[in-house]
Each structure stands twice: as structure tokens, then as C-alpha cells.
Write a protein that binds this ligand. Sequence first.
Ligand code: FE2
Ligand code: FE2
Length: 403
Amino acid sequence: MKRAAILGGSFNPMHIGHAEMIEEARRVLAPDELWLMPAKKPPHKAAYEYAGDEHRVNMLKAYASDFDDVFVDETELHMDGFTYTANTMKLLKDRHTDINFIFLMGADSAKNFHNWYKPEVIVENAELGLFSRNDIGKEELEELVDSLKSKFGGVYHIIDFKPADISSTMIRSLAGEGKDIKGLVPEKVREYIEKAGLYSKEPETGYDKEFLISEMEKALKPSRFKHSLGVMETAKELATIYGADSQKAEIAGILHDCAKNLGPDKLRNLCCQNNIPVSEREKTDDNVADALLHSKVGALLAKNLYNVDDKEILDAIYYHTVGRPEMPLLEKIIYLADFIEPSRTQNCKPGLDVIRKLAKTDIDRAVYYATKATVDYVTEKGRYLNPESLETLKYYSRYKGEF
Ligand SMILES: [Fe+2]
Ligand SMILES: [Fe+2]
């Protein structure tokens, strides 16, 4: 049976480090073919920081044209939503029953492999080729392989590797400044970047709000979408009152619940794959995982899937459920907008209408009462009260005042 090794990545752009991985995989594994699989481009990423799918594919094809055994596979570019390696490998294996795949990954990913989405499906459909690196050596990988084997089965190969100290970010910034990138990327890729003038565009500012709204309409249930529109409008209103950036408020508002429909397992998996801390309670209790992790994963999706790289926006999404002491203005705005937007109907003391009014005149005090209402509600129902909400409550209690 034919053997094909697959190297996935953003390839934005492909550089000499990738080329070295390919050479090493070819030398150690001797596959019949090497497939380069570009990952999906986050929508609406500015051209200076992200070459379009077509350019990335063209760069890979330019590189591949020097070899008989290198091919570009565009499967992931055509998949819907967030792509998981398990789904991709299953699809590829179903399509190519005559090929034995070897999925290549770096040692850092390998170390976290047990937390990936459906690792057992990945090893069922592909062997794994693991590249060591300077800080994660061959011996450590051998131990890891033993534990992965006993957990998931599968076939593993270790590729002893010394990665080049080079990154796509570095190349983009050099190319952006018009500096020479000779020797840092394969020659054909360099020619392509120069000819197409990639990465040299001036930074674009602003977000495409309409596009994000349409994405949320697809990603969320109708009631959640309506709520998100409400949070967007309310956040904009509060931003105008308090002199915050109303565009950022709108973007954070529309996206704040973008991970709400994923469900507890996917939320936990995405956290693990991206080093987002998950508490014991979040690990074991599905309701708690849903309630608390969707904001953290929301920030991750906002960054990776919806191309938001503004830290204030990402933090506002990250902390929107439980808040934190000393929240910056935008965080308070999203936290409150989530609580008071027009479609909300919860009963609380001192009443939603009172907190709505307060939000427009005294934001810190409104944060206190919104937090208190949440804490009271959870306590009354005998549900799990997370320590972060209590921290927020404790801090904002200094603003409580009298009615
Ligand atoms: Fe939420
Ligand atoms: Fe929400």
C-alpha cells in the first residue's frame, strides 16, 4: 500500500523550517508521497499578516514543483467551521482507502495529543510521525509514545530533529519591511512572495461587523443570536456613555458567546489543546463546563476563527461570565451588557430595570449588583458557585451604596 506523510500548518508562508521537516520525514520514514495540508485561513485577516488561501496554496505548489513526491492537499480549506485533525484524517482515509497516512506533528503537539479531539480516531486513520526538538528529546518522546500506545493504540514514529530557529511571523515582518528573505524560505516561495507582493500591505484597521453578525447567525441558536445582537447594541450604548471604543464594544458584544454551542466535550478539548486552564469542577461537571468554559474558548475562537487580535476585546470575551476584580472599562461594559441586554428577563434584586438604569450612570455599582444577583441566584438554587464570581463580588462590593 502507498504511504503518504502529511504535514499540516498555516504555511503563512511556508519556510525553510518546514522544508527541513519534509526532508527529515522523507529520510526517516521513506514515504512514497509527502502531502502539505494548509489549514484554513481565519476569515477577514488583513493581507499584510495573512496571505489568502490561494496564495498559500500557490506558494506550496511552487515549492512542490521542485519534487516528484510532494503534493498539496486542500481538504481542510474546503471544510466547514473549526477543523479537527480527527475529522480531517477520517475524511482522507475514507477517500483514499489505498493509502497509509502518516500524520506529522511537532513534539509540543505530541505532548498534548491525549487532549486532542478524538485522538483514537486520528490513530485509527493515520500513523503518527513525531518530530523531537531541542527541549523535548527522543527519550522523552519514546516514553510518550509508550503511554499513547497503551491508551489509544496506533503506530508511531519518532523523527530526531533539530528545528531551525525560524518562524512565519519573522518572515512576514521581514517581507513587510521589504527586507531580504533569501535562505529563510525555499527559493521558489521567495520568488512567489516577491512577485505577488505578499505581506507588504499597510496594516488594515477596523472589523467587518456585518460579516461577524452573519457568522454568529450561522453559529448560534436563534435565541442566543438575538441575545448577542442585544449585547452588541447595549455594549455600544454603554461605550458611548463612558467614552470607550464603541467599535470594540460592538465586536466583543456580537462575539462574546461565539463558543456557546460547542458543548462541554469540545469546550474541554479546545481548552486542553490550547493550554487554557480547566478546573477540576469544569472537568467533571458538564453544566459548569458549559457555563464557564464558553467564555474562555470564545476568546480563543474570536482570535483564531474570527481574526480578532485586540487584547481588550479578547479579554472582554474571556471574562464576560465571571468578571474579575479591577476590570478595564470594556470588560465591565460586556459583562454588564450580557446581564442587562433587552431580551433578558431574569428576576433579581434590586430588579433588572434598576440595574439597567444604574448601568448608564454608575457602571461599577451596576457591576456589583449584577454580580450579586448572579451569586444570589446560584446560591438560592443550590448550584455550584465559582470562586471567580466571588472574587468579583468581593472587589465590587466597595461600590454597593444604598438605595
Ligand atoms: Fe456567555
Ligand atoms: Fe451572553
